[in-house]
Design a binder for this molecule. Structure first.
Ligand SMILES: NC(=O)c1ccc[n+]([C@@H]2O[C@H](COP(=O)([O-])OP(=O)(O)OC[C@H]3O[C@@H](n4cnc5c(N)ncnc54)[C@H](O)[C@@H]3O)[C@@H](O)[C@H]2O)c1
Length: 409
């Protein structure tokens, strides 16, 4: 078989190719996906000798256990499933349906995202590994029942090593279609026993993480009397605003979508509005909550920030390596994104036990304690919280994952 370099990775008419990969990607706190970053941050590994075609699968990845290429020509399915780790249990992560500019971009994204999921699940205390899948194409144009069901058969073929869920471009109704061919699906519609909108517990977890950060910073686990800036009041952001208002915070919001702003204002007339994220950041804030796209924390933002805490839902907030240190040097407490936004994962993971909102909410509430553990470790080891979060996640993967080596007869 030809090496899977950038050119050679073009899909050939075979159903599936399996690879085991090696290499080094950025640490999770600087991972980024195409819809969640301002600039492309694909990691270019050295071109392997002899291919002449750019980095291939083995050169790009990262200690992933398995990367699966799924192709069904009649339906147009081109999907990649990446399993970073099953040390703690089956890999769980959503399926992103996105019109990637190239197969290379799709591969880079799925490798990044699957690694991030492993860290998120580990830190959230779940018995789950990390995986993710991407389907290449514009969902508005190519998503069909047949394509989703073809994809479901590939997920089924992994026999439970990977559980899928919703992500950008996929919805509960799609999961219901996939589940017609596959037993390893979460994020299903409520009618099929699913958890429904995961942004409810995502927002709750962010709020709990913010309370922990407030306690570390000001001595009390409340946002009462504080000014919190929320950038992005979509599914998660608008629920977060409600928690903050109920806690007695003064809230300033911004969103590029005027309808999203109007919806929050209708519910909470006292909320103030900033013209854009730059103006919000430059204003007088105690807490900044990025809840829109990734890459929200770049050099300029860190310099402009008056807030003492950054805690928001957006994935991959740190624009590049080193931002976490800049925040620390400026005396800003950063609550790592994948720590505080794990509520949605906790919610869909709960479906595996037969969904109970109350149980999932109790688990999401533990983000408060986990945030305290991260901040304490950061202080103890003299590192930024983003690094402490990675360390805690890695320790759990190693310590608990090791137990699976005990032979059970
Ligand atoms: N939904 C979940 O359960 C969940 C779970 C974990 C992480 N996240 C992350 O949280 C973030 C928000 O997710 P969501 O589900 O609320 O998405 P969403 O699309 O519902 O909301 C995002 C909002 O941000 C706004 N926005 C986009 N660009 C902006 C900009 N430059 N300035 C201000 N506002 C801008 C959009 O108009 C939209 O209203 C994303 O980064 C997502 O990956 C979401």
């Amino acid at each position: 078989m030809a090496p899977l370099g950038r050119r050679a990775a073009a899909f050939v008419p075979c159903e599936q190719a399996l690879t085991h990969t090696v290499g080094t990607l950025p640490r999770p706190h600087t991972l980024a996906g195409p819809t969640e970053r301002k600039a492309t941050t694909v990691t270019e590994a050295p071109v392997p000798a002899g291919t002449g075609a750019g980095p291939g699968v083995f050169a790009q990845a990262t200690g992933h256990e398995q990367v699966v290429f799924c192709h069904d020509e009649p339906t147009g399915l081109r999907a990649i499933i990446a399993i970073y780790s099953t040390a703690l249990g089956p890999a769980l992560g959503g399926t992103r349906f996105y019109p990637y500019a190239s197969e290379h971009d799709a591969l880079a994204d799925v490798l990044n995202l699957s690694k991030g999921m492993a860290y998120k699940a580990a830190l959230a205390g779940l018995d789950l590994g990390g995986g993710k899948a991407v389907i290449i194409g514009d969902p508005a144009k190519v998503k069909t029942e047949a394509l989703l069901r073809a994809y479901g058969r590939f997920v089924q073929s992994l026999n439970g090593r990977y559980f899928t869920a919703c992500d950008v471009g996929t919805y509960s109704a799609d999961m219901d279609q996939i589940a017609r061919e596959c037993s390893f699906v979460t994020g299903r519609s409520v009618a099929h026993g699913g958890a429904g909108d995961s942004s409810v517990l995502t927002a709750y977890g962010v709020y709990e993480g913010m309370r922990a950060a407030a306690e570390v910073t000001w001595g009390a686990p409340t946002l009462h009397g504080r000014t919190v800036g929320v950038a992005g009041v979509g599914k998660v952001g608008h629920h977060l605003v409600t928690h903050l208002i109920q806690d007695g915070a003064s809230v300033v919001i911004t969103d590029v979508d005027p309808d999203a702003v109007a919806r929050v204002q209708a519910e909470h007339p006292d909320v103030r509005v900033a013209p854009d994220a730059d103006a919000l950041v430059a204003g007088d804030l105690d807490v900044y909550a990025p809840c829109a796209l990734g890459g929200a924390l770049d050099d300029a933002v860190v310099q402009a920030l008056s807030a003492k805490i950054v805690c928001g839902a957006a994935n991959n907030q740190l624009a590049h390596d080193g931002i976490e240190k800049q925040l620390q040097d400026r005396g800003v407490l950063y609550a790592p994104d994948y720590l505080v936004n794990a509520g949605g994962l906790i919610q869909v993971a709960d479906e595996l036990e037969g969904f109970s909102f109350d149980r999932a909410k109790q688990r999401a509430a533990k983000i408060f304690d986990t945030a305290h553990r991260v901040f304490a470790l950061a202080a103890e080891e003299g590192v930024p919280p983003a690094v402490a979060a990675d360390r805690l996640a890695e320790r759990r993967m190693t310590e608990i994952g090791r137990l699976r080596g005990i032979w059970l007869g």
